[in-house]
Write a protein that binds this ligand. Sequence first.
Ligand SMILES: CC(C)(COP(=O)(O)OP(=O)(O)OC[C@H]1O[C@@H](n2cnc3c(N)ncnc32)[C@H](O)[C@@H]1OP(=O)(O)O)[C@@H](O)C(=O)NCCC(=O)NCCS
Length: 190
Amino acid sequence: MPAPLPAPAHLRTDRLLLRRWDPADPDDVDFLFDTYSRWDVQRFIGRVPRVMERRDEALARAEAWAAPPDGAPYGVWAATLASDGARLGSVLLKSIPASGPTEPLEPSGDVEVGWHLHPDAWGHGYATEGARAVLAAGFDACLDRVVAVTHPENLASQAVCRRLGMTALGLSDAYYNATCALFEIVRMSE
Ligand SMILES: CC(C)(COP(=O)(O)OP(=O)(O)OC[C@H]1O[C@@H](n2cnc3c(N)ncnc32)[C@H](O)[C@@H]1OP(=O)(O)O)[C@@H](O)C(=O)NCCC(=O)NCCS
């Protein structure tokens, strides 16, 4: 298999511009803090969900997300409206850790797609539109299969998976030492 290509820094869809988060932009950091300090956003994220409590956590996240790993088609993009640049949330394509006995967890070798929108941006199809673009970029960059893990009660996220054409594989303990409703999508052969 050819080596994967790095992910593009910018992706354009009908309504969205996906771009890198910028830790030097205070509005990016404020937006991340506003988003991840909300229980509505965090309640289904992580094995032990917790809201962000300090702005410097948002800054650290922007710094980490501004620089994706070299040579991998991964990224955490800021989803923005192409028309006016309004920030909507994050769309992710990343290596997913396997369940295991030691922290930090080891990579599973699989890749996950994810979405975290500010509540003001829910209900417009933006998560699905952004995720479709990062999946296409991942498949263009030679990925064969991408998974999504959702909290079993996160019906909104599972609906995104279905809109994307992902296949429901049922409950799984394979990742994050958590029981998740697992979805997958495979690259269509040409
Ligand atoms: C999960 C999450 C991204 C889903 O957001 P969402 O806005 O419901 O998902 P989409 O972007 O696919 O939008 C679909 C909704 O927009 C509506 N919509 C409106 N205009 C639309 C358009 N032009 N195109 C498509 N859908 C449109 C759809 O009808 C649907 O609404 P419905 O669920 O009431 O029927 C959001 O709830 C979220 O960020 N939650 C917090 C973080 C989280 O849990 N992330 C997942 C972790 S696994």
